[in-house]
Design a protein around this ligand. Structure first.
Ligand SMILES: O=C(O)CCC(=O)C(=O)O
Ligand SMILES: [Fe+2]
Length: 398
């Protein structure tokens, strides 16, 4: 076991050494989950389709009805894909190539940029993995702000190209995230006037102080995908998440009304948009954050790049007054992003219910979906989630 690995017990629990996935010809017991429910593995043939289930909506941002279509998708799914979003295919290809070259480095090299025990950035297992008894078949790299320090550790002589691409990606994603935020809020009848903390006086930079974290995820080909988990079910602790997935499928979302997992097929040049917990709060539960997970594939490596977008860390997030009234009182108390992440780090799936205001009439109004509310209402999704007995519903920390 490499010595750096031993010194980071939080991310590499006892008897869980850092590893080279390629060297494993069989799935070790520590990676064996209960057989997955739903489409349990990425499709071996990309041409196959899950013809029986409905599919996640795809919205063309050039469509004059885009705002309305986004509203319908948010209400029904909490997730949609976008095309014609303004981010070039060549930039998506470049970030994917960056991710591939990073994860293809020898383990010893990647460990030079390992995430520290109390840190956020760098290389390591899925950020939620320390809360599960079983290990996930994935590795990740988290970037907050400049990646310079870690990039130097990974490629001492050749880090500037990586940094330039990351910077370009951050800028483009931020612009798209702002645009999506106003489209999503617009679909609820909310304008810049209604979100004072986000709108700057000039209107030039809506979502003042908002920023994003880049999460690169790598899912190596796996000897037994039916028993492995790439990334366990969770909701994101964000306003929204923009996900680029490579051409190999693996992302699944939980479809509440059907009580089943649905694969989100990669669209060349398309991006997946997830509603996160903070948008769930400010929409007063009208748009639910979506449970999602990643499954793995027997023959193909999969890569995804998540842009986890959140507000200025100390701004008060609360149900927008326009979306609350006597019939629909505010469902959640005010919370900052920092505070929310702190609670989620301790209480995981219970976070939304912990900040929920105690008001009986709220129960029927909430279009959500925490595991707890689902259990109370007997919503099928929880039954389906529970089938996978090793799965806890956890947050991805942004
Ligand atoms: O790889 C994926 O498809 C999902 C990634 C994800 O959910 C995350 O990074 O939060
Ligand atoms: Fe996620």
């Amino acid at each position: 076991m490499p010595s750096r690995c031993k010194s980071h017990p939080v991310h590499h629990l006892p008897n869980k050494p850092c590893l080279d996935f390629k060297s494993l010809k069989e799935l070790p017991d520590s990676f064996k989950w209960a057989p997955l429910d739903g489409p349990s593995r990425a499709l071996e043939l990309e041409s196959e389709s899950e013809s029986e289930s409905e599919s996640v909506p795809v919205v063309d941002l050039n469509d004059p009805n885009a705002q309305k279509l986004i509203g319908l998708a948010c209400k029904a799914w909490g997730v949609f894909q976008v095309i014609n979003h303004g981010v070039s295919k060549s930039l998506l290809d470049k970030i994917e190539a960056c991710g591939k070259s990073l994860f293809a480095l020898p383990v010893q090299q990647k460990l030079k940029a390992v995430r520290s025990a109390d840190g956020v950035t760098g290389y390591g297992p899925a950020r939620i993995s320390s809360f599960f008894p079983k290990r996930m078949w994935s590795e990740g790299f988290t970037i907050v702000g400049s990646p310079l320090e870690h990039a130097r550790q990974l490629w001492p002589n050749d880090y500037s190209k990586f940094c330039a691409i990351i910077e370009e990606y951050q800028n483009e994603m931020n612009t798209l995230a702002e645009k999506l935020m106003w489209l999503i809020l617009g679909s609820l009848g909310i304008s810049t006037r209604d979100v004072k903390w986000a709108a700057s006086p000039t209107g030039a930079n809506p979502f003042k102080g908002a920023s994003g974290v880049i999460q690169l995820n790598s899912y190596p080909a796996c000897p037994d995908p039916s028993r492995a988990m790439g990334l366990a079910a969770h909701t994101d602790s964000t306003l929204l998440t923009i996900l680029h997935q490579s051409s190999t499928s693996g992302l699944q979302v939980f479809q509440e009304w059907a009580g089943s997992w649905v694969m989100v097929p990669p669209i060349s040049g398309g991006l997946v948009i997830n509603i996160g917990d903070l948008l769930h709060i400010i929409s007063n539960g009208l748009y639910s954050s979506v449970y999602h997970r990643a499954v793995v594939n027997k023959t193909r490596h999969r890569l995804s790049v998540a842009y986890l977008y959140g507000p200025e860390p100390n701004v008060r997030i609360q149900p927008l007054p326009k979306l609350s009234d006597a019939n629909r009182p505010p469902l959640y108390r005010p919370v900052t992003w920092s505070e929310y992440l702190g609670i989620k780090g301790k209480h995981f799936d219970k976070t939304l219910s912990l900040i929920r205001l105690n008001n009986d009439s709220n129960e029927d109004n909430d279009n959500n979906s925490t595991l707890i509310n689902g259990l109370k209402r007997g919503v099928d999704r929880t039954k389906s989630i529970k089938v996978d007995s090793n799965t806890k519903i956890l947050a991805a920390f942004a």
